[in-house]
Design a protein around this ligand. Structure first.
Ligand code: ADP
Length: 243
């Protein structure tokens, strides 16, 4: 079986700053793969290249057997690749329920362009239940706490029935109870067959949840392996502790 996602030799520079240098990465089907690395190592740039938000200068990206190197985000979304952002992106003026319904159609066009279909409404109701957002379902997202917004964004990516979800720091800045909640949802969805690629700074979360772990440093992939091998690997120690 081909891997669900293959990034092959991707480079991307911003002016003279090389953000990714011949970076490669494989995400096997139904894995929870971690992407870690020091600040500035290229994690966000790699996410953006995978999701079609940024073009690679060189290299290829394949998703589910298709070359998606030049695919746009909306096309990837329809194919089953969804993502969250470090700062949760939700529509502040829309209610929790409206945010979910809108996500089903990849944007506001859904609300304003055509009638919302019954299936999306039903799915939104299920997700509100699964993510225990019932008490805030009719509130504008602006009134949610930071953590609730992250949960809402997570629920929203499920509206498209994705096969691969990219999570950008799902536990950053959230309290310990919500970290557990996030882990619970990732495990539950993983058990249901969803594949994850996760940028995560909290090594405890990485150790509990992810296998394999991919380490980026200065735009290069320097290590891929099981979580217990990561902490001892000289190149990884060097990247985190070196000058
Ligand atoms: P990480 O997510 O691992 O912190 P990034 O992908 O954000 O790393 O950044 C990798 C490198 O690319 C850094 O040197 C950063 O300054 C640079 N970079 C990222 N985005 C831009 C941009 N839009 N313009 C200029 N430089 C950028």
């Amino acid at each position: 079986m081909t891997p669900l996602l293959e990034v092959d030799g991707v480079s991307r520079s911003f002016g003279s700053v090389p953000a990714l240098v011949n970076a490669s990465l494989t995400v096997e089907r139904n894995s929870i793969t971690a992407l870690i690395g020091p600040n500035g190592s290229g994690k966000t740039t790699l996410f953006n290249v995978i999701t079609g938000n940024l073009r690679a200068d060189t290299g290829r990206v394949r998703f589910d057997g298709h070359d998606v190197t030049t695919a746009r985000p909306a096309a990837l979304y329809r194919r089953g690749l969804s993502r969250t952002y470090q700062q949760a992106r939700v529509f502040s003026q829309l209610t929790v329920e409206e945010n979910l319904v809108v996500a089903g159609g990849f944007g506001l066009a859904q609300l304003f362009g055509r009638r919302v279909n019954r299936r999306d409404r039903q799915r939104a109701t299920e997700l509100i239940d699964e993510f225990r957002l019932g008490r805030v379902a009719d509130l504008p997202a602006a009134e949610l706490s930071y953590g609730q917004r992250k949960l809402l964004e997570f629920a929203a990516v499920l509206m498209s029935s994705p096969t691969l979800i990219l999570l950008d720091e799902p536990t950053a800045g959230v309290n310990p109870v919500l970290i557990e909640t996030m882990e619970h949802h990732i495990r539950r969805l993983h058990a249901a067959g969803i594949t994850f690629l996760i940028v995560e700074h909290d090594m405890n979360v990485v150790m509990r949840l992810c296998d394999p772990v991919v380490v980026l440093d200065q735009g290069r992939e320097i290590f891929t392996g099981p979580p217990d091998a990561v902490r001892e690997h000289p190149a990884v120690l060097d990247a985190y502790l070196g000058a």
